[in-house]
Design a protein around this ligand. Structure first.
Ligand code: G3P
Ligand code: MG
Length: 263
């Protein structure tokens, strides 16, 4: 295939910020994604037990925080059982390396502040059943924060979730915000067509993607994003297939590839 024109290249979405180069879902990670030239950075959103929206991927704090030191009995507790004050005492950076010691779990607001220049945000609502009311909290934040409003006007804000019911509920509350269902494997055309009634695209695991799926998704009027693509060969392959967005832990690698440099 001939090299794509620059405007045809897939958008770069930094995964959990830039999870390959900084602690996931933290300010340094979002900053890395931005300075790498990502069109968007993806973050995972949950609600604390006292209703504060924060960025975190896992269901439990053990893998990415020092919970064993701070709350030794609570490493296996669900992350949403912690209050915002408790979450704020955890170190979410040192697991990645000592340069990140003291990095805190961010409030959702931090993502709005980190999305600057040409970089926007993909907010993934993570396991909404464990964060009751998260759709309402998110809709309110997006409706009232001037940074979110600016990103919306610039077409640099999307909300996604594996929980399609939650996404529909959010869409009812905030019909002007673009939403993307996430699936590990693409469903049949009938299901995709029902999503196309309110969603602008779909996000799927690139390992389960077949070449014919790209045209199938596009024919239904949906954009296609793929996660989590970390090796340059797969990045190139998906580019050649014509996917619209690539989610990667290494946005700088994809940016260099797109610029014709050695990844
Ligand atoms: O948003 C796509 C991707 O982040 C989904 O997987 O588990 O990393 O949130 P996960
Ligand atoms: Mg995610």
């Amino acid at each position: 295939a001939a090299p794509s024109a620059a405007e045809d290249l897939p958008d770069i979405i930094g995964h959990r910020g830039s999870a390959g180069t900084a602690p996931e879902n933290t300010v340094p990670s979002m900053r890395d994604a931005r300075t790498a030239g990502s069109e968007l950075f993806e973050i995972d959103l949950q609600l604390s037990s006292d209703g504060v929206p924060f960025l975190f991927h896992d269901a439990t704090p053990g893998r990415t925080t020092d919970v064993e030191d701070v709350f030794p009995e609570r490493a296996d507790d669900h992350i949403t059982s912690f209050t915002w004050d408790e979450l704020s005492r955890l170190d979410a950076g040192s697991y990645f390396g000592t340069p990140f010691d003291g990095t805190r779990i961010p409030h959702l607001d931090a993502a709005a502040r980190q999305a600057r220049g040409s970089t926007g945000v993909n907010i993934e609502v993570k396991e909404p059943a464990a964060s009751p009311g998260v759709e309402q909290v998110l809709a309110e934040s997006l409706a009232t924060d001037p940074d979110w409003q600016r990103l919306l006007r610039q077409d640099k804000l999307v909300v996604s979730s594996f929980d399609v019911g939650s996404l529909e509920a959010f869409h009812e509350l905030a019909p002007h915000v673009p939403v993307l269902p996430i699936v590990s494997e693409l469903p049949d055309d009938e299901t995709l067509a029902s999503w196309a009634e309110y969603a602008g695209g779909v996000v799927t695991d690139y390992r389960n993607l077949e070449a014919a799926d790209v045209d199938r998704v596009h024919a239904l009027g949906l954009d296609l994003a793929t996660y989590t693509v970390n090796d340059p060969e797969s990045m190139q392959h998906l580019t050649d297939l014509g996917v619209d967005r690539i989610i990667t832990d290494f946005p700088r690698v994809l940016a260099r590839m797109q610029a014709g440099q050695d990844p």
